[in-house]
Unconditional design. Structure first.
Length: 291
């Protein structure tokens, strides 16, 4: 068993070789996703070109804020190896949509989980009257937004199988304590992009700023487990995630409310995650596991 980071057991590799291996490791699952969904080489290559141009442009602008457009094209071409015509085409075409805010349904769901008034003293979630005075689903939804009718938000939570409506009592019940909608492929792909994208950004920032790693990122891994033992870890992880949610979500909400009350600039966003991955061990890996 080992934790991240661990001391290397072999002489340190040349930076270029280490970078090549790191890129190969992160590209492999992306390639698997592309193949599984029929995304052909041309589209993947175009996405890579755009990402290279965007990264180069951001880096150059941070160092030379007043750079002229034609010089920017030349610098991007030099940095990325793409010819000037390709760089010009990419920079002039409409950029992909920026990351969006969480949906209203997810914000209502998170508020329901985080606000102590929606829990019993023993920590379990209350069933909420659909309408009426607080605490009710109607007032919960209105505490997040008044631009969307509470019934529309409820219908979305019902569609995503995140809540259920008990008709005899006209009460709303949460069906799970994690926003992972079933059967919604587009939303699951969105989660993949957002979660893995932020995790990757955090890891890259830490590599690029080794003197002051700005993001928390740790891992624990183990070899020589049976399938039965690996399966027994999963319920423990779910329990720990629920414990973390109950601890940190109310604190985050309190900080958000405080920032708004104080009129501070709301310039930052935060993502906190926990993941596990289990697969058959590679016999060739021996006793020198990689994170």
């Amino acid at each position: 068993m080992a934790s991240n980071p661990s001391p290397p057991s072999e002489p340190e590799q040349a930076p270029d070789k280490a970078l090549e291996q790191a890129l190969a490791s992160v590209l492999a699952p992306m390639a698997r996703l592309a193949v599984a969904h029929g995304l052909r080489h041309g589209m993947v290559e175009e996405l890579l070109r755009r990402s290279l141009v965007d990264a180069a442009r951001d880096s150059i602008r941070s160092q030379h804020p007043e750079i002229l457009p034609h010089r920017m094209v030349s610098r991007i071409s030099t940095v990325t190896g793409l010819n000037r015509r390709e760089v010009t085409r990419i920079t002039q075409e409409a950029a992909p949509a920026a990351r969006t805010r969480p949906s209203v349904a997810s914000e209502v769901f998170t508020r329901w989980l985080s606000d102590r008034q929606y829990r019993h003293r023993n920590g379990t979630l209350k069933a909420l009257p659909r309408q009426g005075d607080a605490p009710s689903f109607e007032t919960l939804a209105q505490s997040v937004t008044r631009d969307v009718h509470p019934r529309s938000i409820l219908d979305e939570l019902l569609r995503l199988d995140l809540a259920r409506l008990d008709l005899p009592t006209d009460t709303v019940h949460i069906t799970r304590e994690a926003f992972v909608p079933k059967g919604d492929r587009a939303r699951m792909l969105g989660f993949l992009g957002e979660n893995v994208g932020d995790h990757f950004d955090a890891a890259v920032d830490n590599v690029l700023h080794q003197e002051d790693t700005p993001h928390f990122e740790q891992a624990l891994w183990a070899h020589e487990l049976s399938a039965e033992s690996a399966a027994r870890i999963k319920p423990m992880l779910r329990q720990q995630w629920q414990a973390l949610l109950k601890l940190i979500t109310p604190e985050l909400q309190a900080l958000i409310d405080e920032d708004q009350a104080e009129g501070r600039a709301l310039s930052e966003r935060l993502r906190i995650g926990l993941y596990s991955y289990t697969t058959r061990a590679d016999p060739a890996a021996g006793d020198d596991p990689l994170p």
